[in-house]
Design a protein around this ligand. Structure first.
Ligand code: MF3
Ligand code: CO
Length: 247
C-alpha cells in the first residue's frame, strides 16, 4: 500500500532529508585518494550523530555500518572496510538518516582525482537519468514511466540499467511501497498519488546489468567487474510536479 503523507508529515521529513543532503556535501568535500571506505563511514556516522539524527542503515537487517560505500565495480551496499580509495576511482556513497520519526535517503557517486573519460560520462549520465526519470513526474503519472525514461537515457548512451535493485517509497520506514524500478514500459504501473514520497535512484552500469552479491550478503558487484554509478534523491510527488527533499 502506498502511503500518502500529510503536509505535517512532509514537514517532518524535511529535516532528515536535509541532513543526508548536507552529509553528502560534507563527505564530497573530504573524500580523497588514500582514505579507506571505513574512514568515509566514520565521517558519515559522526555527521549524522552531530546533527541529532540516527544512521538508519546501522543495524538494518544486520547491516554493520552507517553508510554504503561502493567503489567502482561495487554497485550498491558496499560495506565500509580497509579498502583504500585510489585516484581514478568512482565511489558511491548512499546515506539514510532518521529524525522526527522519518527517514531521508540520498546517494551520490564521487569521482576521485582524475577519472577516465568513460567514468566521467557514466557519472554524468547516471545523474541525468535521475532528472529524466522525474521530468514529467506528477500526481497521476504511471509508476513505470519513471523507469522507462531512466532506461531510455541510459541505453541510448551505451550503458545498462541495474535490474536487481530499485528505488522505493520512504517515510516512517526506510523501504515502503511502491518499489520504483529503473526500467519499465511506458504508461504502465500504479498511478502515483499526490503527496507520496519516493526515492528515485538510478544505478547505471558501464557494462552489463548483471550483479553478484558477495559472501557478506550485501556487497553487490557487476559480474563483468566494470564500474557502476548511483544517484538518488528523496522526492515528494505533487499535483504539478515534484519536490526534491535532498537537493
Ligand atoms: N539507500 C539504500 C536503499 O535504499 C540504503 C540501504 S541501507 C542498508 O536500499 F542498510 F540496507 F544497507
Ligand atoms: Co534508497
Amino acid at each position: 500500500m502506498i502511503h500518502v503523507k500529510t503536509e505535517a508529515e512532509i514537514e517532518l521529513m524535511r529535516e532528515p532529508n536535509r541532513i543526508v543532503r548536507d552529509c553528502l556535501q560534507f563527505v564530497g568535500e573530504r573524500i580523497r585518494a588514500g582514505m579507506t571506505t571505513k574512514e568515509v563511514d566514520t565521517l558519515v556516522f559522526d555527521f549524522i550523530k552531530a546533527s541529532g539524527a540516527e544512521p538508519s542503515c546501522l543495524g538494518y537487517c544486520g547491516y554493520p555500518a552507517s553508510a554504503c560505500v561502493s567503489v567502482n565495480e561495487v554497485v550498491v551496499h558496499g560495506i565500509p572496510d580497509d579498502r583504500v580509495i585510489e585516484d581514478g576511482d568512482l565511489v558511491s556513497v548512499d546515506i539514510v538518516a532518521y529524525k522526527n520519526g522519518f527517514h531521508g535517503d540520498s546517494a551520490r557517486t564521487f569521482k576521485i582525482g582524475k577519472v577516465s573519460e568513460e567514468n566521467e560520462k557514466l557519472v554524468r549520465i547516471t545523474e541525468e537519468c535521475f532528472f529524466k526519470g522525474i521530468e514529467d513526474l506528477k500526481a497521476g503519472t504511471p509508476l513505470y514511466d519513471i523507469g522507462y525514461k531512466v532506461q531510455q537515457h541510459a541505453e541510448q548512451n551505451g550503458f545498462s540499467v541495474i535490474r536487481a535493485y530499485t528505488g522505493h517509497g520512504i517515510g516512517r520506514e526506510m523501504h515502503e511501497d511502491p518499489s520504483v524500478p529503473n526500467f519499465g514500459r511506458k504508461g504502465t504501473g500504479v498511478r502515483l498519488p499526490a503527496n507520496c514520497v519516493i526515492c528515485v535512484e538510478p544505478m547505471i552500469a558501464a557494462g552489463g546489468f548483471r550483479v553478484n552479491v558477495l559472501k557478506d550478503g550485501w556487497t553487490a558487484v557487476t559480474r563483468d567487474m566494470r564500474p557502476a554509478a548511483h544517484y538518488e534523491n528523496t522526492v515528494v510527488v505533487r499535483e504539478n510536479g515534484v519536490e526534491i527533499l535532498t537537493l
